[in-house]
Design a protein around this ligand. Sequence first.
Ligand code: EAX
Length: 359
Amino acid sequence: MKKKVLSVLMAVSLTAAVLAGCSSGGDASTSGSGAASGSAVSSSDGGSGEYALIAGTTTPDQHPYNLGLIKMSELVSEKTGGAVTLDVFGNSQLGNERDLIEGLQLGSVQVTCVSTAPLSGFTDTFLVFDLPFIFETVEQARAVMDSEIGTEILNSIEDQGIKGLAWFENGFRNITNNVKPITVPDDLKGIKIRTMENQIHMEAFRVMGADPTPMAMGDVFTALQQGTIDAQENPVPIIETNKFGEVQKYISMTGHLFSPAPVFMSKDYYDTMPAEYQTAITEAAAEATPYQREQIDEQNVTGLESLQQAGMEVNEPEKAPFQDATKSVYDEFVKDEAGCVSPDIYSQVEEIIAQYPAQ
Ligand code: EAX
């Protein structure tokens, strides 16, 4: 009973604090997602369990991150007879992705699902996923996430209090902007593009002549609306569920990066739970994964249709010129140095990719 009260109280106070902060323009309503801020979505009857877990994401309620976590919530409640529940707070209500990762360490949130890019502030082991065009197909990406090295990477930051539970997915990232269709790298010259806080992503856009601006997700809709940035890059489900079609004219299907989306849990909290509940949580996360990836596959199609219906102009540029233009990033960032991709991890990932040649 004590644990439940504590985690809910912390979440409520954190939400109140974040909402106060959010009123400075970063709150859910300005992200165009339209979802009410301060609202949790879950299958539980409001955390009546002995262990009431709080999950935070930056994504709207209808995004597959949240749908996957709700599926996980249903499964874990079922497996524990309601003793363990999971409430999901989307739309950056509990902070941006860096805040959420830190929240796991501080104990203010117990679960999150984030892109790997912001992890560059905590560790280098996930950086391999930030190399432009390292994956050409989702099959290659899934093979790596579900491999031994993928599991090693997922579990690589337990010493920082962050336990990996599963590899959900964000997907292949595409560029939206208000200036012109992006058909060749030169079209990016001078384009002010929002990126995640990741040194490799920023360099990839810099070498193509763009002007990368790292920014928290909760501020992107307003920045696009006000024209302080011209562009952003994300998978279709993120673009559609955040209603970026309302403030962006063009979407260019560059597929320049693939974002995996690890589900993490606070290791301190996990370690306090009875073994049977720990098993229930790890099983629920694993069993929710195929469903979550199906939702990404589906929204990649339905989301693009609705963006086109909303008036966005879609173009599919040849990838080769962009691959050639960003090759230098590999020389700069695959080396045995801090802030770089470990050559050992890189070669293990490349070995797996080679087993799944793109058609
Ligand atoms: O992880 O910040 C981003 O662009 C991410 O793709 C999003 O928050 C989901």
